[in-house]
Design a binder for this molecule. Structure first.
Ligand code: ZN
Length: 231
């Protein structure tokens, strides 16, 4: 059986490092994460539930990938997208992250049998070691060595990667006492909510019963239009 607390602790740093990006309160997130983790059986379930609660996390696809150590396949499963969509998402993210710093604009089309455009299209997947076509890798390598623009792009992509990895913070792991207390308070809150709902339903049913009783007894006293005789 999976220990949900250990499961959360494995990924706690990654989860909580997103709190400042979303301008969220870390302590609040920690408490909510424990509540969600108590109900999840796998890491995938937990991350899916968390993305459901915080959909804007998808604005940081490269952080998600690097901090949680996800493959394109994992990301596609969790975000309910195709692997091509994930590749495109990460490529776009990287391109816009370096756009303002990219200086050289020389076009070295032809080096390694590839155009700069082709290299740019593959570079993000290459860095993620997710390129399906290994045949073109030697051409890519040659191009990156010979082309100033693409080489500069590669260095900038690596810098972005390093910056994201450095931005991952460390947080104290959840100890058994903290886990148990948070889960206990959560269950109590859920129980209270259920009790309130049941009281509400009983009240509605009782009121409905009174109303129905009133309506059932009513028609006898009210004249039926078919029984009204013309004078
Ligand atoms: Zn190039």
């Amino acid at each position: 059986m999976v220990d949900s607390r250990q499961l959360l602790n494995l990924h706690l740093d990654a989860f909580l490092s997103f709190a400042p990006l979303l301008k969220e309160n870390v302590e609040e997130w920690r408490k909510n994460l424990i509540e969600e983790a108590a109900e999840a059986d796998t890491f995938g379930e937990l991350l899916e539930a968390w993305l459901w609660l915080h959909p804007s996390l998808v604005q940081w696809p490269l952080h998600l990938k690097l901090w949680f150590g996800l493959s394109y396949h994992d990301m596609a499963q969790i975000l309910n997208l195709g692997e091509r969509d994930i590749a495109q998402m990460l490529r776009n993210y990287r391109m816009s992250a370096v756009a303002k710093d990219l200086r050289s604009e020389s076009d070295s089309t032809g080096i390694g049998g590839q155009s700069c455009f082709m290299v740019e299209q593959q570079l993000s997947g290459w860095l993620d070691m997710e390129l399906p076509d290994f045949g073109s890798l030697s051409g890519l390598d040659l191009h990156l060595q010979g082309c100033i623009t693409c080489h500069e792009r590669l260095l900038l992509y690596r810098r972005v990667q390093a910056e994201i990895l450095n931005a991952r913070n460390r947080f104290p792991s959840v100890k058994p006492e903290e886990w148990e207390e948070t889960v206990r308070l959560y269950k109590e809150r859920v129980r209270r909510r259920w009790k309130r709902l049941i009281i509400y339903i009983v009240a509605v049913l009782t009121l409905g019963g009174i109303l129905a009783g009133f309506l059932w007894s009513g028609p006898e006293k009210m004249p039926n239009i078919y029984e009204i005789h013309e004078p």
